[in-house]
Design a protein around this ligand. Structure first.
Ligand code: CA
Length: 225
């Protein structure tokens, strides 16, 4: 499984360079523009490594590293605009694994990422989730670090599947669980919602189809990790 890299960078042009560099190497990427979005994406998607800009609009990249290090040893590379020795020292003292000074070449960045991943590979367990997380209070499901824009029924259907990966739900079971008055719905309604949910997931991550159709039976969420 290719490594998944989460990037926190508020400058679009730099984010684009980072994404380009990593895609060339076959890495999957997600970009967040703020520290807050980056931290929640990190919690949702268990990335293999994070690239964090020091100068973010909400809190600094240093603060992000400090927050991550409370309970995670995820490899972190800091991006700094300044060549200041202080930034380097502070970043490494906080537990960043490496730093790259802007401007950088895509090749240099990719080399640093690979070096850090190699260095940390032995110590890191291969932790990959199916990429989903549910915020039941906000009725939001996040997939691969991105909130999925779901209607009320789509949310309820996907939540049902995500909570029981691998379990095959018949259309009747889904209807029972999701609709207040199941009598008003038809099998085809479920199929239509399922199709829309798939499209929305596909829009977030085009190379994956986490929902499995069991012909004549129903649907399940892949257990693949
Ligand atoms: Ca910045």
């Amino acid at each position: 499984m290719e490594a998944y890299i989460l990037i926190i960078e508020d400058e679009q042009a730099i984010a684009d360079t980072v994404v380009y560099a990593l895609k060339q190497e076959g890495f999957r990427t997600t970009v967040c523009m703020t520290a807050a979005a980056g931290i929640s994406a990190f919690r949702a998607a268990s990335p293999s490594l994070m690239i964090i800009d020091v100068g973010l609009p909400d809190v600094s990249g240093f603060d992000v590293v400090r927050e991550l290090r409370k309970d995670s040893n995820i490899p972190v590379i800091l991006l700094t605009a300044r060549t200041s020795e202080i930034d380097r020292v502070v970043g490494l003292e906080l537990g960043a694994d490496d730093y790259v000074t802007k401007p950088f070449s895509p090749r240099e960045l990719a080399a640093r990422v690979k070096a850090v991943l190699r260095r940390t590979a032995a110590a890191m367990p291969a932790a990959h989730s199916s990429g989903f997380s549910i915020d039941a209070e906000k009725c939001v499901i996040t997939y691969a670090g991105t909130a999925v824009p779901l209607s009320r029924y789509e949310y309820a259907i996907l939540k049902l599947l995500v909570e029981r990966p691998g379990k095959v739900f018949s259309r009747d079971e889904i209807m029972e669980a999701v609709w207040d008055d199941p009598g008003e719905s038809f099998d085809r309604t479920i199929d239509t919602h399922m199709k829309t949910i798939r499209q929305k997931l596909h829009a977030i991550k085009s190379d994956a189809d986490p929902i499995i159709t069991h012909r004549g039976i129903g649907y399940s969420l892949t257990e693949e990790t």
